[in-house]
Design a protein around this ligand. Structure first.
Ligand SMILES: *[C@@H]1O[C@H](CO)[C@@H](O)[C@H](O)[C@H]1NC(C)=O
Ligand SMILES: *[C@@H]1O[C@H](CO)[C@@H](O)[C@H](O)[C@H]1NC(C)=O
Length: 207
């Protein structure tokens, strides 16, 4: 498991503090690519999404970050091809629901609304009432049900499985965050450098 405090510290140091110091000017260029490899019912993942990533999206930082969510995580494929999710079959279902949300609403803010609602419920031990998220977000259940039932969700998850399995270096735990293709946990320096470079090319210092 990732150290939650470590992740929080990293985000605050390298993401939030620069945000307060710099102002965005050429936001469309040199965006920072963040990819989060996670699974829907891992408590650290839920916490990271609900309490950390949300800050990225609620601030100007959202405009310099390309955030991709990859809901597969530590799921295994059994020899008979069935999925074995770390936190049981509910997790397989919710990973697929979240994959469908990403596909159906390609806009990050839209699919993030549903995903963070589900993850918030999970933090409250209420993930089984995930369908209430459609009411609370105003998003429609139908396209997600269709995606889940018509096999698209399965295909999306298969592609995420493939992508996750091919990570180099392989992920060692979830949540696993790549910043411009560098795993955060193993390359703090690289992250710092990458973000600095992006900030230098994308921002001018204020004051
Ligand atoms: C497939 O294999 C897994 C793990 O060995 C097992 O739990 C599951 O019941 C099997 N599923 C089917 C449909 O045979
Ligand atoms: C981010 O990803 C996009 C699309 O995949 C790519 O074109 C771009 O070069 C990446 N940016 C960085 C800084 O790696």
């Amino acid at each position: 498991m990732a150290s939650h405090n470590q992740i929080t510290r990293i985000i605050i140091t390298f993401v939030l503090i620069p945000l307060l110091t710099f102002q965005c000017h050429v936001c469309s260029q040199d965006k920072v690519n963040l990819s989060l490899y996670y699974e829907s019912l891992c408590p650290y993942c839920a916490d990271f999404i609900v309490n950390q990533l949300v800050k990225v999206l609620q601030t100007d930082l959202g405009s310099i970050v390309n955030l991709r969510l990859v809901p597969w995580g530590n799921t295994q494929i059994a020899p008979n091809t069935s999925w074995i999710c770390q936190h049981g079959t509910d997790e397989c279902q919710l990973n697929t629901v979240e994959a469908c949300a990403i596909k159906v609403w390609s806009n990050l803010e839209t699919h993030f609304k549903l995903i963070s609602c589900i993850e918030q419920l999970h933090l409250q031990n209420k993930h089984s009432s995930w369908q209430s998220c459609f009411g609370s977000t105003g998003l429609s259940l139908n396209p997600i049900e269709n995606c889940y039932n018509n096999g698209l969700g399965y295909q999306l998850e298969t592609a995420y499985a493939d992508e996750t399995t091919k990570l180099k270096p392989p992920h060692r735990f979830v949540p696993w965050l790549l910043v411009n293709n560098q795993p955060l946990q193993e390359s703090l320096k690289a992250f710092e450098t990458t973000l600095k470079e992006n900030l230098e090319s994308s921002f001018i210092q204020v004051g």
